[in-house]
Design a protein around this ligand. Sequence first.
Ligand code: SF4
Ligand code: SF4
Length: 354
Amino acid sequence: MKVISIDKTEWANGIEKTKSIYRLFGPVKENTWHSFMPLGPGEQPDMAYGNSRLSPKFLVHPQTEPMFEYNLDEKQADHHVLKEIPKDVSPKAIIGIRPCDASAFLLVKRNFDTPTYKDPYWLTAYNSLTLIGYACNQPCSTCFCTTAGCGPFHEEGLDAILVDAGDRYLLKALTEKGEAYIQSAGWATSAPSDADQSIEKLKSTAEKAIASHVSTDKLRNQSTTQLYDAPFWEEIAFSCINCGTCTYSCPTCWCFDIQDENHGKCGVRMRNWDSCMYPLFSLHGTGHNPRGAKAHRVRQRFMHKLKYYVDKYDNGIQCVGCGRCIRLCPVNIDIRKVCNQMNSYDPAACVCPV
Ligand code: SF4
Ligand code: SF4
């Protein structure tokens, strides 16, 4: 598709224009990190960032999402009736989403959009979004996207991709939604004929800068039960404090819980982020907990991402290599090491402690 050239002096003006059509979100600096925030009049995205601390998954799967409201007052005609809370389906756009985070939406979509079940909340929010990606010219040292089915200039899942080319941005629409966003900004200057070559050069440099890799080629052929029973889980889990940071910061984690919260005679049913790292997440009503020990929960997280998902969808691992869980884990548990350990596991060669 056609590449548009945006002089950086024209950038803010275009961004401002899009706000008349879209509710715009972009990276904003908070203390020492960046977060995706709504951009009000006059507010610009801070494009000088590596990646946000939390992924923008909350725009599709909010941390707390009110689903229904009800009242328990029997004097009211509609008491004990669940009434759906209307959703904001107005067009929204994320400017500056990194390719890994956009790709993560596609992985998660396999869970929320199936032939037999279509999650109305997730799908409505996802469909109302336009994703204007921002290619990573300088990936972080913890990024391993190129071996996790993604890449610093990966286009899948994006509506347009923006590349920083020094004094200008190069912007390429990838879908009709992307074209509509570019039109709304009024950016229409065609890039010079060598723009595609410039993008390829930056892409190649960025990919070469990624020094961090995982091996995933043997995961599918590994025996699920042998991996489940592997002796390394206790050691991996030893330092974990079950804080849940890895799951909350991960763009591909989707665990949630549904709760009713009453205030007097009114109530709201909502779904909240949850985490497989928490003991309560899998606690049964009987009191039995199939993942009562810390090692069981740590094993579940990695088995889900690197084995169950791989077997179920035959479409890579449930990870885009963003590196957040590596950067943020307070005890330095590293999914790259666990992935390589699972991939190369050979029970015959394993010397188990007696
Ligand atoms: S961030 Fe680290 S310590 Fe916290 S739950 Fe995840 S693996 Fe455990
Ligand atoms: S598992 Fe870690 S590296 Fe992979 S997508 Fe989630 S946060 Fe990023």
